[in-house]
Design a protein. Structure first.
Length: 52
């Protein structure tokens, strides 16, 4: 994803996306953030992305 973003937009945008992923994963792992149930398959959750 990072490489694709660099190739199609910029390093700055790729770094911003990466930072958002890290923040989301750290929040989920620590319990500070929680996903919402989603109707794809039983037990799947959704985490909305930050607005751009």
């Amino acid at each position: 994803m990072w490489r694709y973003t660099v190739e199609n937009w910029s390093v700055k945008q790729a770094e911003a996306y990466h930072a958002e992923f890290v923040e989301a994963f750290e929040g989920l792992a620590s319990g500070l953030k929680i996903g919402r149930r989603i109707h794809i398959r039983e037990g799947y959750f959704n985490m909305p992305s930050a607005p751009t």
